[in-house]
Design a protein around this ligand. Structure first.
Ligand SMILES: Cc1ncc(C[n+]2csc(CCOP(=O)(O)OP(=O)(O)O)c2C)c(N)n1
Ligand SMILES: [Mg+2]
Length: 679
């Protein structure tokens, strides 16, 4: 073995010792995969990954996305070696408020680029970031040192269906700035891989247009060689399939091998029957004092840091020159990095009266396409229906070799799409939005949840928001989806905010305001739920009046002595308005409230909420979702809610409105009933 190979072997063994010791100390975790993947992680971090040792958030850093979050101990170990984490952090693995939670949670300042754990999403995240990096390069050219995106994936993620959508797209777009290392250890959580699949992963990725390299993933020479080839390869993303050994180095009593066993996937080695002390000793460590960085590893990382400092100083100089020569471009890049947008004259966006809110959204998107150079919108093969084509008309699709466009035709990929846009958001320069039908938000939920957990600035455009999809029938008609997704408004993120902002605007003007809110909300994802069918503009409404939606809910119309309060969001508000007209003819006067986001409304001061909700006045809620959608606003005893009790039906939507009671007449009827009961 060469000296270089011996030194890095020591370093990787050090990672194995740290990883297994963290799990042992925490009495829980996943040592086997981490020990097998240690060689790649060590070589990548100590020799290849480009980061600024003095500025963890340096925007041009290479990115490393871990997909199998259960291998967190491996990541934390190399992060400790690069001094992003401390030995204390490693000792606190999986403990309350430690920097080393069981599965990594986004923490850029300590080297964690993504929250991971739900297998497969990391594939799409990495690909999203690779697209963002390409976009930045396309826009700002050679000032950007070529940024590389690395991903670490495992058997579980390769099996998870999302890897197909992600892999297909990465190949199609020729993302040659992406290198994925597949830790192929033939073992997964409850079985050997051979018990569940016979697929030829290399052939699969080749079929998607990837460059595939197959190596011994524990061999440092092969890892280095593969990484060099992968980084230099042009025109295709690279998959390095590294055949590794689960629990590499683990030994049991009497020196028996504990390698290549399912039992070391998810429990401390000692629980699996291995001899932890003997394993640490065999790996060159001290079982009494395992939380140490070997001098060899320390030296390798120190040397790498010096090298990086040199490279980055040179880059900074180059960048400084570029900045002074390209004032405007440099200012633009700075702007991109803020995530904020400038120069939108929201009040001047032209909205056609009585239009479907998806069309109102298209009007806004048309303006955004003109004004926001770093916004990328995508659609899962529905751009002409979800009206993201309003954006596309002002730009062009991103295609292989040309990333100057701002639209991605995803193909049909409702889970891949929202996971992919997390990568665009995490990368930090792109404002991402994506569209599809609201009914298919069901396919997206796992990625919405992860984005909400990470607090990413993302916009979901969900159209065809209710049974008024009509003739396409119940498969395409959302009913329970709104109640489901609004649960995320009730769930707080770790910064204490509602984890998702959900807006279902009532008309064209409210839609403009909803978009403004979405783009100003940098702290959480925002969902826009939009109608397929035309919606009457609220009486006398305007952009300015709709700004009241920024409080989550507001009075659309008030009277001096309201007999009742009518509450809805989305297109049902206009049905309430028409119902109120009928009631007025009978001398019954009511207030009407539009509450596009109950979650946001509930964050307002109590007096404000009461100025809308009018305690003591009977309430009537109308929702095209399940009644529970509005029952937070119309609790038992305060009034009634008219909503859907079943799946939708196939018929023209106006027929459905009649059959299902979503008419002004029924509103009037139900309010009369409510008032009669109260008398
Ligand atoms: C979406 C999802 N499903 C299930 C799990 C639970 N789980 C964690 S690891 C794993 C499989 C592990 O296999 P592999 O990815 O090969 O990791 P290794 O066992 O080699 O460490 C499973 C099913 C998960 N984390 N995410
Ligand atoms: Mg495995």
């Amino acid at each position: 073995m060469s000296k270089k190979a011996m030194l890095s072997r020591k370093g990787a063994d050090n990672v194995r010792i740290l990883a297994l010791s963290m799990v042992e100390k925490a009495k829980s975790g996943h040592p086997g995969g981490a020990m097998g993947g240690a060689d790649f992680a060590y070589i990548l971090f100590s020799e290849f990954l480009r980061y600024d040792p003095d500025d963890a958030a340096w925007f041009q850093r290479d990115r490393f996305f871990l997909d199998p979050g259960h291998m967190s101990a491996m990541l934390y170990s190399v992060l400790a070696m690069s001094e992003r984490l401390t030995m204390e952090d490693l000792k606190n693995f999986r403990q309350w408020q430690s920097r080393t939670p069981g599965h990594p949670e986004l923490d850029v300042l300590h080297g964690v680029e993504n929250s991971s754990g739900p297998l497969g999403q990391g594939h799409a995240i990495a690909i999203g970031a690779a697209i963002a990096a390409k976009k930045m390069e396309a826009e700002f050219g050679p000032v950007a040192v070529p940024q590389r995106i690395f991903a670490f994936i495992s058997d579980g993620g390769v099996q998870e269906e999302i890897s197909q959508g992600a892999g297909r797209l990465a190949g199609h777009l020729g993302l040659d700035n992406l290198v994925m290392f597949y830790d192929s250890n033939a073992v997964q959580l409850s079985t050997r891989v051979s018990e569940v699949t016979d697929e030829d992963v290399a052939m699969k990725y080749k079929a998607w247009g990837w460059h595939v390299i197959e190596i011994d993933g524990n061999d440092h020479g092969e890892i280095r060689h593969a990484l060099k080839k992968a980084i230099a390869y042009k025109g295709k993303p690279t998959l390095i399939i590294g055949h590794t050994v689960m629990g590499k180095g683990a030994v049991g009593p009497e020196g028996k091998s504990y390698e290549d066993l399912v039992s070391t996937h998810g429990q401390p080695l000692s629980k699996a029957g291995a001899d932890t002390a003997a394993t640490i000793r065999a790996l060159g460590g001290d079982p009494e004092d395992p939380f140490r960085i070997f001098p060899e590893a320390q030296a390798a990382f120190d040397e790498r840091k010096e090298e990086l400092r040199g490279e980055i100083a040179a880059w900074r100089e180059e960048y400084g020159k570029w900045e002074s020569d390209h004032g405007e471009k440099a200012a633009e890049l700075k702007q991109w990095l803020t995530g904020r947008i400038e120069g939108i004259e929201w009040d001047r966006i032209e909205q056609k009266a009585d239009s479907a809110t998806r069309n109102a959204s298209a009007a806004v998107l048309g303006e955004l396409a003109k004004r926001v150079p770093n916004m990328i919108v995508s659609s899962a093969d529905l751009s002409n229906s979800d009206k993201t084509d309003g954006f596309l008309k002002g730009t062009k699709p991103i295609v292989r070799g040309d990333f100057s466009g701002k639209f991605i035709n995803m193909g049909v990929a409702e889970l891949t799409q929202p996971a992919l846009i997390m990568g665009r958001a995490l990368h930090g320069v792109i404002i991402p939005a994506c569209g599809t039908f609201f009914a298919f938000s069901d396919y997206m939920k796992p990625a919405v949840r992860l984005a909400a957990l990470m607090g990413l600035h993302i916009v979901y455009i969900w159209t065809h928001d209710a049974f008024r999809v009509g003739e396409d029938g119940p498969t395409h008609e959302p009913v329970e989806q709104e109640a489901q997704i609004r649960l995320m408004e009730k769930l707080r993120n770790h910064a204490g905010r509602n984890s998702l902002l959900v807006l279902r605007p009532a008309d064209n003007h409210e839609t403009t305001v909803a978009w403004k809110m979405a783009l100003e909300n940098l702290d959480t994802p925002t969902a826009l739920i939009l109608s397929r069918q035309d919606v009457k503009t609220l009486p006398g409404n305007s952009y300015e009046k709709s700004l009241r939606a920024e409080r989550g809910g507001y009075n659309v119309s008030t009277v001096e002595h309201p007999a009742a309060l009518l509450i809805a969001n989305g297109s049902e508000v206009s049905t309430l308005v028409a119902g109120a007209e009928l009631l007025k003819r009978e001398g019954i006067e009511v207030n009407i409230a539009s509450i596009p986001s109950e979650g946001l409304f509930r964050n307002q001061p109590k007096e404000y909420q009461e100025s809308v909700l009018l305690p003591g006045v009977p309430r009537f809620g109308l929702t095209a979702g399940l009644p529970v959608t509005l029952q937070g606003l119309v609790p038992e005893g305060t009034g009634t809610v008219w909503g859907m009790e079943s799946f939708g039906f196939s018929a023209p939507y106006k027929v459905l409105d009649e059959k299902l009671g979503f008419t002004p007449e029924n509103v009037a009827e139900q309010v009369r009933k409510l008032l009669a009961e109260r008398r």
